[in-house]
Ligand binder design. Structure first.
Ligand code: TYM
Length: 327
């Protein structure tokens, strides 16, 4: 059975972009594959995090996975920092990574732009991400479009290692949805929907209340004209809203166009808000229950053990291949 690995940084609250680009597919893939889903807390600290906030956000992401339907009977859910092999393989792969490769990463360029002091961890972040994936010989990595470049580097590192030290790692493939791989801001369809945007009207947070969701969608920028038509070049704003609608309802873009033909943006946006609420409200109710029960902490304890069991033999093999003296 194929192996799947993915993760989300617990560096703030999650958005509808995280749900559509990643979590929704986590749930789908667990039906057919062995899946490991982590909270990438070692990645989160590549930008400063308040310790109390990091703890809180890590718990929150675990609860969101569970509330969204990631099933611990089918998938291993764990904290990256609880499995030591991640940091260790991360270092080993950093030594195989070229500066030029890291300098080309657009996420690094975006996150470091305009900053005076940039942490070295932000720069070497992709080598750690490669370690996360290669440690489990993952075949498939469900992510949004923005992680594609990191995945390509992971494949390059796997190939480089295999060439130098012998066939060890599987070259992973991305599992990137055709629609919804890049959900855009509600106030500007040229930017990715992101929690770091200072305008809260630009994103839907997974824990936004139904009324806030309705308000944000009604205020979402729409292109001039009134036709509900999927055309990302000419109508980027409406096309983005249609992508959200399509992924949440499993309807095709053509069906949505037909459904709203001649009706204009108003009814479409109203219904879109209701569709988002229909997905997020029950998720939020489950989230509150799980958080209160502490169930997620048991899941994380068990998950760390399961993940470590898989990771340790791989790390041992890698160290052996690289020539570390075994005592
Ligand atoms: P992160 O935490 O930034 O985002 C988590 C996941 O959400 C996806 N995503 C989106 N998808 C569609 N539209 C958007 N607007 C949107 N915003 C975010 C991201 O593509 C991602 O899939 N480096 C990773 C975390 C990571 C990881 C890994 C992922 C660490 N190790 C190993 C996969 C495998 C990150 O920063 O994701």
């Amino acid at each position: 059975m194929k192996q799947v690995l993915s993760g989300i940084q617990p560096s703030g609250f999650l958005t509808l972009g995280n749900y559509i680009g990643a979590i929704k597919n986590y749930v789908l893939l667990q039906e057919s594959y062995h899946c490991l889903y982590m909270m990438a807390d070692l990645h989160a600290i590549t930008v400063p995090q308040e310790p109390a906030a990091l703890r809180e956000q890590s718990e929150s992401v675990a609860c969101l996975y569970l509330a969204a339907g990631v099933d611990p009977e089918k998938s291993t859910i764990f904290l990256q920092s609880a499995v030591h092999a991640h940091a260790e393989l991360g270092w080993l792969l950093t030594t195989l990574t070229y500066m030029g490769e890291l300098e080309r990463m657009t996420q690094f360029k975006d996150k470091s732009a305009g900053k005076e002091s940039i942490g070295a961890g932000l720069f070497t972040y992709p080598s750690l991400m490669a370690a996360d994936i290669l440690l489990y010989n993952a075949d498939l990595v469900p992510v949004g479009e923005d992680q594609k470049q990191h995945l390509e580097l992971t494949r390059d590192l796997a190939h480089r290692f295999n060439t130098r030290f012998g066939e060890t790692f599987t070259l992973p493939e991305g599992f990137i949805p055709q629609v919804g791989a890049r959900i855009m801001s509600l106030d500007d369809a040229s930017k990715k929907m992101s929690k770091s945007n200072p305008n809260p009207g630009s994103y839907i947070a997974l824990l936004d209340s139904p009324d806030v969701i309705r308000k944000k969608i009604s205020r979402a920028v729409t292109d001039s004209g009134r036709e509900v038509k999927y055309d990302p070049a000419a109508k980027p704003e409406v096309s983005n809203l249609m992508s959200i609608y399509a992924t949440l309802t499993n309807k095709s873009l053509a069906d949505i166009e037909a459904q709203y033909e001649g009706l204009g943006y108003g009814p479409f946006k109203k219904e879109l808000a209701e569709q988002i609420v229909a997905v997020l409200e029950p998720l939020q109710n489950r989230y509150v229950e799980i958080k209160k029960s502490g169930y997620h902490l048991d899941v994380l304890r068990k998950g760390a053990g399961q993940a470590a069991e898989k990771a340790e033999p791989m790390l041992t093999l890698v160290k052996e291949r690289m020539g570390f003296l075994k005592l």
